[in-house]
Design a protein around this ligand. Structure first.
Ligand SMILES: [Zn+2]
Length: 175
């Protein structure tokens, strides 16, 4: 850790009333390990580009996860092609199909129920449910800045980076 920080030339200045190196959407909560990694990434990104990253999502409750999935499904995406756990994804997808006609509120509640019961048996469809993931907005980054971001993530290490489509964002999860 110290080696990584030194290699990046980033040193926290204790006591300095600096702005945090990134901004967050309202109500976003990050797990402690993810927060620390995100801070390193954002600080180095800021050093290289002069810009601040924007976090749109962190740790999600089953309900928030279900809501995010409802959004994807209603835009015509398939959970089974977005998530690695095919069975868990199809279970949530079936719940959406059964309940979508009753409206978003009911469908999300039922999908959250499925997610909660999956978690109860140790199955986490998304790392956002375990406090080990963040989404970073990407559509307002130039191609060059996106490359800087990828380089910084690789240099900091310990996280996996996935580029996701709707709305465009980088998904980071602890390895
Ligand atoms: Zn994500």
């Amino acid at each position: 850790m110290a080696a990584v920080v030194a290699a990046l030339g980033w040193v926290a200045t204790p006591g300095a009333a600096e702005e945090p190196p990134y901004t967050c959407e309202e109500h976003v909560v990050l797990g402690p390990a993810m927060a620390q990694t995100m801070e390193q990434i954002a600080a180095e990104y800021h050093r290289r580009t002069g810009r601040r990253l924007h976090v749109t999502s962190g740790t999600r409750s089953p309900h928030e996860q279900a809501d995010a999935m409802f959004e994807k499904l209603s835009r015509g995406q398939r959970l089974t092609s977005l998530y690695r756990d095919f069975e868990a994804a199809s279970e949530i997808q079936s719940s959406y199909r059964r309940h979508r006609r009753s409206g978003r509120r009911v469908a999300v509640r039922e999908m959250a129920r499925v997610i909660r019961s999956q978690m109860g048996r140790g199955c986490f469809i998304s790392r956002h449910l375990t406090a080990n993931a963040v989404d970073v907005r990407s559509y307002d980054l130039s191609r060059r800045d996106q490359q800087v971001f990828r380089d910084v993530v690789r240099a900091v290490g310990g996280v996996e980076l996935l580029q996701e489509g709707v709305p465009p964002h980088f998904h980071l999860q602890m390895q």
